[in-house]
Design a protein around this ligand. Structure first.
Ligand SMILES: C[S@@+](CC[C@H](N)C(=O)[O-])C[C@H]1O[C@@H](n2cnc3c(N)ncnc32)[C@H](O)[C@@H]1O
Length: 391
């Protein structure tokens, strides 16, 4: 049976009630895919958390009209009898069934000719909704697209600063996001422990290796270290790190907690069940398409202990055609499905519905910032961060 949130009619009703408009073809497609928003709650979290809804509420508070009243009313009138409509507004705006007093009160108002849109606005501007709105811990999620709102999360920012990185929003960039989000997630999942062992795949000489060496028992950095990245990507695969790791250390670190090894991520030379955490940042998209990525994830899962955490950041296409070394959302879902591990929470793929960010043109302005979305020809992509658990 289709989950409730996947029913197109219900989705359209939710869009009309919450946003006062129909879902576009693209939105309907995204909402009905069902893969990552298989319940009604997820659908409505996306709508209630959107910039669009926040702007509507601000206008209503200021007494500004936001819609063509006649058109909106005609659409809302198609959503069933008065009592059903009131139930839906309660459920979707307040997140609970209508109590008998409320149901009766609003049904009576509708009988007397009050507009349906005004019932929605009354509930959206109620003290109860305001409390619900304030109580939502927004943007503390772990599995998500690179998220500008994390720069407003004090716990997250403290980690960013501890890495020695700037918290200036104008310097916002996917790279610090990935580093900080990975540590934030490990901490929240209880994986960042003094006795924990960490494996990085496609590690280069990334900054967090040195940070982790100061916080966990053992960090093993693996990479092909062929030097092929030296020109393009700030020498990320520089083999000289194998002999002289100190040259890349951004701060003093515990040398005996960090080892660098030349190794193919697709064939890890470790026993099964060897690590508490295995992670890979901005790398698996370069390991030979879907097959290389699948193989690497399988290997990482194999060497994880039961209860261990796999952290992954890779390229996620938001719009446009497939592009080399990026993954379409369906491919990300495929990688998750074939990992044999479980996502610790659904992926928040709606970040860029809530936050407007201009993509950086990777060909013409590669150093422009904020640098959260990237455009390559017609393809726009960003990073997706995933945390999976081995049972
Ligand atoms: C874009 S860099 C990312 C480096 C680092 N994780 C970071 O975030 O700074 C990609 C890395 O993947 C490495 N790499 C490419 N193919 C690999 C493979 N099959 N196994 C292991 N590492 C590989 C490259 O050498 C390079 O260091």
């Amino acid at each position: 049976m289709a989950a409730e949130g996947r029913d197109p009619e219900l989705i359209q009703a939710a869009y009309w009630i919450v946003l006062g408009r129909a879902a576009t073809a693209n939105e309907l497609y995204a909402e009905t895919r069902g893969r990552l928003n298989s319940d009604q709650l997820t659908l409505l979290h996306g709508l209630l958390g959107s910039n669009e809804f926040a702007e509507l509420r601000e206008s209503w508070k200021a007494g500004r009209e936001t819609h063509n009243r006649e058109l909106l009313e005609a659409a809302l009138n198609r959503l069933g009898a008065h009592d059903l409509f009131v139930q839906r507004v309660y459920q979707w705006v307040l997140g609970r069934p209508a109590d008998p007093g409320g149901a009766e009160h609003y049904a009576a108002l509708l009988e007397r000719g009050t507009r349906r849109a005004d019932i929605v606005r009354a509930l959206a501007l109620s003290d109860e909704f305001e409390r619900r709105w304030q109580a939502v811990p927004r943007d503390s999620q772990l599995c998500e697209l690179a998220n500008p709102a994390k720069w407003d999360n004090p716990e997250w920012l403290a980690i960013l600063r501890s890495l020695g990185l700037s918290d200036d929003k104008l310097a916002m960039h996917r790279k610090p996001y990935e580093f900080t989000q990975f540590i934030y997630g490990c901490r929240r999942l209880g994986a960042l422990r003094e006795d924990a062992t960490f494996l990085s795949v496609g590690a280069g000489h990334e900054l967090i290796l040195y940070w982790l060496a100061n916080h966990v028992a053992k960090v093993v950095a693996t990479d092909m270290y062929e030097g092929v990245w030296q020109g393009m990507c700030a020498r990320e695969g520089d083999p000289s790190v194998l002999h002289n790791p100190d040259q890349f250390a951004p701060f003093p670190y515990r040398r005996d907690h960090l080892t660098f090894l030349r190794m193919d991520g697709r064939a890890l030379e470790f026993e099964d069940l060897s690590f508490d955490v295995a992670y890979s940042l901005s790398s698996i998209e370069h390991f030979g398409g879907m097959e290389g990525a699948r193989q690497t994830i399988r290997e990482m899962a194999r060497v994880l202990r039961h209860g261990g955490v796999l952290g992954l950041a890779t390229e996620y296409v938001l719009s446009g055609p497939p592009h080399d070394e990026t993954f379409q959302p369906s491919e990300i879902a495929d990688l998750v499905q074939h990992s044999g591990l479980e996502l610790v929470e659904p992926i928040d793929e709606f970040v860029y519905r809530r936050y407007k960010t201009t993509p950086v043109n990777a060909l013409h302005d590669p150093y422009q910032s904020p640098h959260m979305l990237v455009r390559m020809n017609d393809t726009v992509f960003t990073s997706v961060m995933l945390f999976l658990r081995k049972n």
